[in-house]
Design a protein around this ligand. Sequence first.
Ligand code: ZN
Length: 508
Amino acid sequence: MSSQTNAYGALRAELREIGLMASINASLSYDEQVFQPKSDAAKNHRAGEMEFMAKLIHSRATSKKLGELIAAAEAEAKSADQHSDEAVIARNARRDYDRATKMPAELVAEMAKTEVLAQNAWATARKNKNYTEFKPWLAKWLDLKKQEVKCVGYKDHPYDALLDQYEPFETAAGVKKVFESLREPLVQLVQKVQSSGKKAPIEIMSRSYDVKAQEEFGRIAAAAIGFDFASGRLDVSVHPFCSGIAPGDTRMTTRYHEHHFNDAFFGVLHETGHAMYEQGLPKSDHVGTALGEAISLGIHESQSRMWENLVGRSRAFWKHFMPAARKAFPKALDGVTDDQWYAAANAITPSFIRVEADEATYNLHILIRFEMETALIAGELGVDDVPSAWNEKYKKYLGITPPDDAMGCLQDVHWSAGLMGYFPTYTLGNLYAAQFFEKAKKDLGDLDAKFAAGDFKPLLGWLRENIHRHGRRYTARELVKRVTGEDLSAKPLLSYLQRKASEVYGVN
Ligand code: ZN
């Protein structure tokens, strides 16, 4: 072995140990959310364990030793292709290391403390439908985030520094450009649907669906589209999520409610999309390195939204699953035609709550948050004006005015948890999903015929080949260009949503 491979090997060994600690923490977190008894003693002890692990991880991830290993690996990767394993691992280790070491320990500690207190204050304020109770905490978070921005640095807009954590290499200007090309056509589409006078029979979704049958049906669908249950689990938790804990161990959760078929079933498809991405990453060989990790939250979300919406709400998908659904839920689906079911699954209705929104209006909820966050961070919007700015935008984009702050600016946990810069990744996910799907259809021929026959393997194979196996080898923008030949664009999502609206509501 030459001295050249030594620096790379040494960096990988160090990253692997940090990766092992991170997966230990992920196991602890999953256990806490799914299996652990709810006693205060158990909860407090677990919080202590996880804080201890987080400290260990932070000290290893910011150590002088790691800095030296990265520098040595960078030096030997200099002449390598920029997309080679060596270059990708060194480059991403450098990014992560620089970001982590730029943050002073006191600021990190202050943020951890604020997270707990601000979330408690937010929960109370939301219960009381009273923004003023949360306002000082939003101001506090903005102050902390501005300090973070200063430490981390940015080129163009302070929001870039925050966005970059969730969507590496993306910028406020880049998001703004693509979101603005989406906004007007989408607002018009929703207005046309509203004035079409047609209503989708959404009440079908809130009939009585036996919970046991829902669980069974969800498992069948998850397995059919490609989730490997031998390397994963599906459990129940208060908030659905997916955790790619370790190689061969990907877990996801959902929640069941007798009168919310949508919530659990499409939630399972969503988490299965995330989980299949995790299962497709080359993790066994790459614990702790960039090649075993997802590119960005936006790309992660593109996988969940593709299976949940573009596949899971298609006619072809239900052509295959409708007979099984009729067997599983004979009473709820009694007298329901395939067309009615399709319309119910693809309804477009402006609503106040983001997490309950349909796939079209959902993006307007995100655009509003993005516009408000960038204005707050740039100092163009003050905390006093948050509810009024929020309500004005809902009126303008969705034609509705929230009756109170709980249904308005207090609905999401993100701002109380300091997650500013996170929201855009949801709509970026929808945009990437539509663009990838359009190309997959071109490459794979008649996907609808395959779905109708219950064959989802070609699409999953395409995603594995084009997206999953690369880890963080490419940036999100590079990947979309490489895979589709085009830059990120709002067109595929818009034409997909317009086609749906014309099928269900007869508008075009
Ligand atoms: Zn998701």
